[in-house]
Ligand binder design. Structure first.
Ligand code: ZN
Ligand code: ZN
Length: 424
């Protein structure tokens, strides 16, 4: 596929930007939690239909598949996730969300697109439309997949279980991208592992309850939990080699309900991130050993319970396809707007599609923060403090040039893997 094909497909983008900006702002104002993305899915499906796609909705509850059959050649799948988070937006943007939703526990919560999935959806909607309008420039089949519920880790598997590949067959390659707090207009690629595996553990520590005035009659689960929390910090600092990496975060701690009672149990949730299967096994075994050991030391009346309540595998890119795309992005954007991505400690369920189809997949990152702001923060050694990250209530990507960059990456990536049109 030549640069001419690319530029002909991308030619209408400039004129489309106001409409895509309106879509982005609309999605940002109306975020929906995992598996509740009905308004979002409806709008994205409507746009796919208008672009000439065969559209299937309700896949994996709220997922949308658009199919564009355009002659012989490979099937390329482009994926965007569409769900938002239970976060209260504090960006102060004119189009900030004031939406509310109901979480899995039945509680009303504020909702915000704090991970940029509104931008992901807009990117794919724009790219799908350009590729449809420019279908004379390529041959093959396109699958545009809008996936729900990435944040809860069940959206990709839900669409797969519901037969997303049953309508136009499985793809030959799967491509996806994520908005990150890097310089806007930049594209970051990486061969091999790019994002971490996540394991979420729920740990119940048992004590013996009693009167707050008579601790000698109890086994205090608050003190036990405190020991466990501190000891867990030694896994990364004392058990993992300096050349490996992992994160162990105790995210929630619940113990007791009233000041004059020593509770009979404590519940912790622990979030573990790793990039390597051996390190993953080692960290999980260390958590288990420490929890069991501290409970025994405290004299717990019964053993602790450790349940894995969620997990994502690593997001791993096919080396060969990643190299092809890196080359194509370099050609299109220039060396000053492409760089190697760092390892990301966030996780994704994107890889499930490629794994399920047994085909290569590649996931890359697109920056969304004003480039000068990022470079100034890095120069001052204040990137972590000054640039709000994904999931922050202050996460506020700049629309331009972020929007057009992510449309271009999808078009450039898809054209790299589709066939050239048959010569008439
Ligand atoms: Zn996220
Ligand atoms: Zn995300």
């Amino acid at each position: 596929m030549t640069a001419d094909h690319r530029s002909r497909v991308l030619a209408p983008l400039e004129a489309e930007l106001p409409d895509l900006e309106a879509l982005y702002v609309d999605l940002h104002r109306h975020p929906e939690l995992a598996f509740a993305e009905t308004r979002t899915a409806g709008e994205l499906a409507r746009r796919l239909e208008a672009s000439g796609y065969e559209v299937h909705t309700g896949i994996g509850r709220t997922g949308v598949l658009g199919v564009l059959r355009n002659g012989p050649g490979p099937t390329v799948m482009l994926r965007a996730d569409i769900d938002a988070l239970p976060v209260e937006e504090k960006t102060g943007l004119e189009y900030a969300s004031t939406a509310k939703g109901v979480d899995a526990g039945g509680n009303e919560v504020p909702v915000m697109h704090a991970c940029g999935h509104d931008m992901h959806a807009t990117w794919l909607s724009g790219a799908a439309d350009l590729l449809a309008r420019g279908r004379a420039e390529w041959s093959g089949t396109l699958l545009a997949v809008f996936q729900p519920a990435e944040e809860v880790g069940d959206g990709a598997l839900g669409m797969l279980r519901d037969g997303v590949f049953g309508h136009a067959g499985a793809p030959d390659v799967v491509l996806g991208q994520h908005l990150v707090p890097g310089p806007a207009g930049w594209v970051l690629t990486r061969p091999g592992v790019i994002m971490a595996a996540t394991d979420v553990l729920r740990i119940v520590l048992h004590g013996r309850g009693g009167h707050s005035s008579r601790p000698e009659t109890t086994v205090d689960p608050a003190v036990l939990a405190a020991h466990v929390i501190l000891r867990l910090q030694t896994i990364v600092s004392r058990e993992i080699s300096a050349t490996e990496s992992a994160v162990v975060t105790v995210s929630t701690v619940h113990v007791g309900t009233v000041n004059n009672v020593i509770a009979d149990h404590a519940t912790l949730e622990v979030n573990v991130r790793t990039f390597d299967e051996q390190v993953r096994t080692k960290v999980l075994a260390a958590v288990e050993r420490i929890v069991q050991g501290e409970a025994a030391t405290a004299g717990s009346p019964k053993p602790p319970e450790i349940a894995r309540i969620g997990s994502f595998g690593v997001t791993s890119n096919d080396d060969a396809v990643s190299a092809e795309l890196t080359e194509a992005f370099g050609e299109h954007f220039g060396a000053d707007r492409t760089m190697e991505a760092p390892l990301v400690t966030g996780s994704e369920d994107f890889s499930e599609f490629g794994k399920s189809a047994g085909v290569p997949s590649v996931f890359w990152l697109v920056g969304g923060v004003d480039a000068q702001t990022v470079l100034t923060a890095i120069a001052a050694g204040r990137f972590e403090q000054d640039i709000p990250s994904n999931h922050s209530p202050l996460f506020a990507p700049v629309i331009h040039p972020t929007l057009r960059t992510g449309v271009e990456t999808l078009v450039v990536g898809a054209l790299r893997k589709l066939s050239a049109p048959a010569v008439a």
